[in-house]
Write a protein that binds this ligand. Structure first.
Ligand code: ZN
Length: 452
């Protein structure tokens, strides 16, 4: 039996003081007591799931910020990203992911949904085990102690209407049969591991066919549902191309052709009409917003006010990893809406409500749901995935209750995350990970090789 005893905690029932949490040997919360003397300073929060990650992109973060000769866009960025990922070998992906996952833990994420589409050798030939690349990220998650929802990505076509893949997309290519083998390998590799969930992703409506995806979903959902993620409407070009092909906007097409429910996560539901916004909110699905990446790529603004008014659920992701920080993602989610609506505390959800509290609560709950994992709240029976903020940090001193969240999210970049616990295991202590130096050295030598 493991215990945590801190001065402040955000429980599923609200704020409490001098809280002692007991965690059983399996990593689940077994008892919560409040007002117990002898607590250590600190603010215990439920851990945040990072619901959208492409680990390999961590290696090129910051390398696409030089203006090109033509208008820079998502599509010119994608060209650079494709050139970069051609070189990445399995052990290099492991080294990159391990560095990224240490960074995630240190910033306050306790789980990652790894949307992994780099499956094969550059020629398209698969490795001996076709799940090799996803197994590398799984190993990196286990090495660092980060919880993982593994989302191998089905990617079969190069554009709407089942266009052939380009030369640089051969590493992503699977037919439904090979894709199902990859999922099976990953399910096998993580059976009985309570920190790991295996789900699946369809890359986008551009990259999958209706029949192929239906076959995959029917096969995987035979016994029980699993998380299903998809990139849906990140770019206006994608929306226009979808209309030209099908007569429908991407979200309309998805809702018309697939049974979208609480197991689905729609990544970058950036461009939705009013009726799409209401329909997604009513479906029970989670929308995955990645404000730092969406800003970096010039995607546009998500319809957050209407979506939340309609009861929609969302979570946050660091996607391309130009920032790895839940507090920064939440800050930019709100700042984007302030800039758009020329107003303040746009997402607070009512008079005198704390913006930080509202968006933190929603992102934690939405992240856990999208990851298909029994976490996202501090309550008996939930997994012990927590972070502890340092209440002696200059940003957080003399703060209590929701002020702690507002100050953490809206007042600066200095990291106030002191401790992180995943499945009851203390993986970050005093701001440090036990293997951070060795993992950083391996990452540096990997980058040296890749850049040569
Ligand atoms: Zn993405």
């Amino acid at each position: 039996m493991n215990t945590l005893h801190v001065t402040h905690a955000l429980l599923s029932t609200g704020w409490a003081e001098n809280v002692r949490i007991s965690i059983d040997a399996a990593g689940t919360v077994s008892k919560i007591e409040t007002d117990i003397a002898g607590a250590n300073s600190g603010c215990l929060l439920p851990g945040m799931a990072n619901l959208h990650s492409h680990a390999h992109q961590r290696a090129m973060a910051g390398l696409a910020e030089r203006a090109g000769s033509t208008d820079d866009s998502f599509w010119t960025w994608r060209k650079i990203m494709y050139q970069f990922l051609q070189a990445i070998q399995p052990e290099q992906l492991h080294a990159i992911a391990a560095q990224l996952y240490v960074e995630m833990l240190k910033s306050g994420y306790t789980r990652v949904a790894e949307f992994q589409y780099l499956h094969h050798q550059p020629s398209g030939q698969h490795y001996d085990n076709p799940a090799e690349m996803s197994l590398q990220t799984l190993q990196a998650a286990r090495e660092t102690g980060l919880g993982m929802t593994n989302l191998p990505v089905h990617y079969q076509f190069g554009g709407f209407g089942e266009q052939p893949l380009g030369q640089q997309q051969q590493r992503f290519a699977n037919d439904p049969e090979l894709f199902l083998r990859i999922v099976e390998e990953l399910q096998h590799a993580s059976a009985n591991d309570a920190n790991v969930v295996t789900g699946m992703a369809a890359h986008s409506l551009r990259a999958v066919g209706k029949q192929g995806l239906s076959t995959i979903l029917a096969s995987l959902q035979k016994d029980s549902a699993l998380p299903v993620h998809i990139h849906i409407a990140e770019q206006t070009k994608e929306v226009n191309d979808c209309i030209a092909w099908s007569g429908l906007r991407p979200v309309e097409y998805l809702l018309d052709n697939f049974k979208v429910d609480q197991h689905w996560c729609l990544i970058h539901a950036t461009h939705m009409s009013e009726s799409e916004t209401r329909a997604v909110a009513g479906s029970g699905a989670v929308v995955g917003i990645c404000p730092a990446t969406e800003g970096n790529l010039g995607d546009g603004f998500f319809n957050a006010v209407e979506y939340l008014k309609a009861g929609g659920q969302f979570g946050i992701g660091s996607d391309s990893h130009i920032s790895v920080s839940p507090s920064e993602e939440l800050r930019w989610l709100e700042y984007g809406q302030r800039l758009l609506h020329r107003s303040r505390n746009v997402l607070a959800g009512g008079y005198e409500r704390s913006t930080g509290r509202t968006i933190f609560d929603k992102a934690v709950a939405g992240g856990a749901q999208a990851c298909g994992h029994n976490s996202g709240a501090i309550a008996v029976g939930k997994r012990a995935d927590f972070i502890v903020l340092d209440t002696n940090h200059p940003l957080l001193c003399e703060r209590s209750g929701d002020e702690l969240l507002d100050s953490w999210i809206f007042s600066g970049n200095s990291n106030a995350v002191r401790d992180v616990c995943v499945g009851g295991k203390h993986v970050i202590q005093g701001g440090h990970h036990a293997q951070e130096a060795a993992i950083a050295d391996r990452f540096k030598s990997t980058l040296k090789t890749l850049r040569n």
